[in-house]
Design a binder for this molecule. Structure first.
Ligand code: F6R
Length: 366
């Protein structure tokens, strides 16, 4: 079933172009002008009444929710909070009937996420689930479901599960924007067009896996490394760091690039690898100055940059280039090299890639 790949994780990384296409599927209108989420029961009137959105999930799904916050706030201009499910319930969140609670779970069986869903329903919120398993507990109990069509995910480390959740957030963000009129029809058309280009762009990145393998083998020699980024790049940095820790057992931290000088910079010394995500054009200049801060302390910086950003490339030691897309969509591309990096680092360290120590695929205890 590994379809010729050495591990399920690698197969699932390569499944992503198809997972993107299948998740978009008929939800993108044939004329390419917008999206149609026919499966949603929530009415346009109820959408107009939403005054806040809560996104609740665990682990990698939580990181997708961090991207979801940016996407919904940007496209639909509704305030969004993203919480870890095991924390959400216990902080007496303010939930009313005008709160849209989005639970994100690949398996649809995560105990903490399910408990958060039940609490949200008890408080009268409208609950929308983003899940990869049709008929899962989360899917059955939510008021609305957006199914991610990633197909069965077997490796413990989630890859296509995560990226198909990103696609679901883009579709949902566009649907809300269409309903609320927060984006012009031209803006929506432009985003839809860029969305449709993503699968082929992921293929372009996958074709460069060898280059990532070389970097990963070098990084596997280190015991500590850092991921930095601003805005959406910070959300991707969090996911990259989790993936690396999870399967390579290399300690890493993800930092909002602007926060380094408030403490973490003390840990940067000669030769420490830093992976700097720098795909957000408005933040580029600021990110470059943070890159200079770590470089000045001897860090060895790998930049993840969008094609054509030569200034940025000059500021780092090496660069992995991703194809051009809209800034809001870049997480769906920028995470791919990080998944490959974790995979090859795990392999270089001789770990069991698909079954990392101490972890289970489905976490059904709170
Ligand atoms: C990490 C990973 C976990 C899951 C988390 C939630 O690679 O897979 O962090 O994302 O356990 O699982 P689901 O999405 O099934 O609720």
């Amino acid at each position: 079933e590994k379809a010729g790949f050495d591990h399920f994780m690698l197969k699932e990384i390569y499944d992503q172009p198809k997972a993107y296409r299948d998740t978009m599927g008929s939800r993108i209108s044939p004329d390419g002008l917008g999206v149609t989420l026919n499966e949603l029961k929530i009415t346009a009137e109820a959408i107009r009444n939403i005054n806040r959105v809560h996104i609740v999930a665990c682990g990698t799904a939580y990181h997708a929710g961090m991207v979801g916050k940016y996407v919904i706030e940007k496209l639909a201009r509704i305030p969004v909070e993203t919480d870890v499910a095991s924390e959400y319930r216990y902080r007496s969140p303010i939930i009313t009937k005008d709160t849209l609670v989005i639970v994100v779970s690949q398996s649809g069986e995560t105990a903490d996420t399910l408990a958060a869903l039940r609490e949200a329903k008890r408080c009268g919120a409208h609950v929308l689930a983003i899940t990869n398993v049709v008929g899962s507990s989360v899917a059955r109990e939510a008021d609305d479901v957006i199914t991610t069509w990633a197909g069965l995910e077997i490796a413990v480390a989630s890859t296509k599960g995560y990226t198909s959740q990103l696609i679901a957030f883009y579709l949902l963000g566009l649907h809300l924007a269409q309903t609320l009129g927060t984006q012009t029809s031209d803006e929506i058309k432009e985003t839809v067009k860029a969305l449709k280009e993503l699968p082929a762009q992921v293929e372009e990145i996958l074709a460069q896996a060898e280059a990532i393998k070389v970097v990963a083998e070098e990084m596997a020699k280190h015991d500590n490394l850092f991921f930095i980024g601003r805005g959406l790049d910070y959300a991707v940095a969090m996911e990259g760091s989790l993936k690396l820790k999870e399967i390579s057992y290399i300690h890493s931290e993800a930092y909002a690039a602007g926060e380094l000088k408030h403490g973490t910079l003390a840990l940067i010394e000669d030769g420490v690898p830093v992976i700097a995500l720098a795909t957000q054009h408005e933040l580029l200049e600021k990110t470059v100055s943070n890159i200079k801060e770590v470089k000045a302390r001897g860090a060895n910086v790998l930049g993840i940059a969008v094609e054509g950003e030569l200034e940025l490339q000059k500021s780092v030691d090496s660069t992995f280039v991703i194809p051009k897309t809209l800034d809001v969509l870049s997480p769906a591309l920028a995470v791919i090299p990080l998944q490959l990096l974790s995979y090859y680092a795990s392999l270089a360290r001789g770990n069991d890639v698909d079954k990392p120590r101490n972890l289970a695929k489905s976490v059904t205890v709170e």
